[in-house]
Structures are given as structure tokens and as C-alpha cells.
Design a protein around this ligand. Structure first.
Ligand SMILES: [Zn+2]
Length: 273
């Protein structure tokens, strides 16, 4: 991968989530940058996963060709209930789809801005929850492939949202929810033939984020509108950098943007003069 382009921050679960951001051949421990002024300057180019450089993406972070041809942009990526690799039916690239879909998946319930249902590869579980800024999460079901998780999700999302309200997620910590009793309640709606996959694991994962100050009225910053983003870092939640003056920057939605990242240490500067 091109080291000049933005990629989502990597995380590790600790007392508070630890965030790492790699760009321009450097890795930053982002938690340590809270209180410092950061600067992200866009070079006016984006880079597709296939290596093609462009002025802007065609759609959903892909170039035209990838959007219409890559298995990573197929319909079942956005709608897991359309997955067919478990039936040996190709959508765009059966070998890739088998590798991606025929792996254990979780259906989970999380509380990031209220209750939501979601799916993820089992290996991604906690990472997914941290990326969404969830404060609590519980596994509802563990299934052998992506299609079954999509089928369960479809039946559950008639009762709870499958979306995170990111503005609400960024405005503070949500009220605690009794996820276990909601799991029991929602398990009733799992389709009969998939009930065998309801998980016995009732552990609730609790997640805290390094935020010194939440925004009051969230203003989202976009590089293609502004060219650059600059401000004192106040915290990190989900894949968002929270900056001073209620501004937020979604790192994940800027994946592929070719940029320069720099840090100024304000406290160090003021002590010099
Ligand atoms: Zn491409």
C-alpha cells in the first residue's frame, strides 16, 4: 500500500482504546497527540485500492472499474443477505468471495448512540466495535458464513437500527443499555433454522475512548471541500478525530486520500517563547 494515502487508524483495546495512525512512512500513537495541533493537508489526489490515482473517487471510495468489477464493491458487500458463495454461486469472483464469506461471522448488538445490530467477521469483532465508537457490545449469534449473519441481521433490524447515529455517538457517552436482556428479547426474532447459532457467550465488552472534550454541535470536516484540516486534537472515538471548535474528521471516510500529516506541539511552542 501507498504510504502517502490515508488509511483507517488501527486500534487496540485497553482501559481506553489505543489508536495508531500510519502515514508518510511514520506511525503515530494518536492518543499522545491529544492537546497538540494537528494538520492534514490533501495533495488533491486519491488512490484506489487497485493503485489507480485520480482527482476523486468514482463512488464509495472506488475508481469506476473497481466499483463495477471488483468483488470488494459487489452488492453483497453492502447487503450481506445477498451473499451466495456458500451455494457456490459467483457474484464477481467466486474464489475471492469464498475466502471472504466462508468464515465465521458474528451478529452483534452494540451501543454507540443507542442500540444497533451489526455483523462482522469473527476475527474483526472488537476491532469493528471500536471502529464504530461503541461503548458496549454483546455477541448475539456466531454463524459459519457471512450469508447467515446477513439473514439474521435482516430479521433483527426490523426491531432495532442497523445504523450508528454518528453525530450522537460523537456527542458523548451513551446511557448504559442492558444488552443481555435485549439479546434475549431479540433472539426470539432469529429465523427458526438459524436459532442454533445463537451464542452462549453473554460477555459484554465495554469500551472507553480517549476523549478530553466532546463537541457540542458536531461539524464534519471534509478534505475535498477544505483542502486541509487543522486544529487541536481533543479526542478520538470510533474512526473520528475530534478537534477543537466542535470539529470532527472521519479518518475512515478519507481512506485513499493522498495527504501530508504533521503535528505541532502547542505547549512546547509556547514554552519556547
Ligand atoms: Zn480501482
Amino acid at each position: 500500500m501507498h504510504s502517502e494515502s490515508i488509511k483507517k487508524m488501527s486500534t487496540s483495546l485497553d482501559e481506553t482504546v489505543k489508536y495508531y495512525f500510519s502515514i508518510n512512512n511514520k506511525e503515530y500513537f494518536v492518543n499522545d497527540l491529544i492537546g497538540s495541533r494537528i494538520n492534514i493537508k490533501w495533495r488533491g489526489k486519491v488512490l484506489c485500492q487497485c493503485g489507480r490515482e485520480m482527482k476523486k473517487f468514482y463512488r464509495s471510495g472506488f475508481c469506476y472499474t473497481c466499483f463495477w468489477e471488483s468483488p470488494q464493491a459487489s452488492q453483497s458487500i453492502f447487503k450481506p443477505e445477498l451473499c451466495t458463495a456458500h451455494l457456490n454461486i459467483e457474484e464477481r469472483d467466486l474464489a475471492w468471495e469464498k475466502e471472504f464469506q466462508l468464515a465465521p461471522h458474528y451478529v452483534y448488538l452494540a451501543n454507540s448512540s443507542g442500540i444497533k445490530v451489526g455483523i462482522t467477521r469473527k476475527t474483526q469483532g472488537v476491532t469493528r466495535w471500536m471502529d464504530q465508537g461503541a461503548s458496549q457490545a454483546i455477541i448475539l449469534a456466531e454463524v459459519p458464513n457471512r450469508r447467515f449473519s446477513g439473514d439474521i441481521e435482516v430479521s433483527i433490524k426490523e426491531h432495532v437500527s442497523d445504523k450508528t447515529n454518528w453525530r450522537k455517538m460523537l456527542s458523548g457517552e451513551p446511557n448504559e443499555i442492558d444488552l443481555l436482556s435485549i439479546k434475549k428479547e431479540l433472539s426470539l426474532y432469529v429465523p427458526e433454522d438459524l436459532k442454533q447459532f445463537i451464542s452462549d457467550d453473554d460477555a459484554i465488552t465495554k469500551i472507553k475512548y480517549p476523549v478530553s472534550q466532546y463537541p457540542k454541535k458536531v461539524k464534519s470536516l471534509k478534505l475535498d471541500k477544505l483542502g486541509s484540516v487543522n486544529g487541536i486534537l481533543k479526542g478520538i472515538k470510533g474512526q473520528y478525530l475530534i478537534l477543537e471548535n466542535d470539529q470532527v474528521f472521519n479518518v475512515r471516510s478519507h481512506e485513499g486520500y493522498v495527504a501530508e500529516f504533521s503535528v505541532e506541539n502547542d505547549s512546547l511552542q509556547s514554552s519556547l517563547f
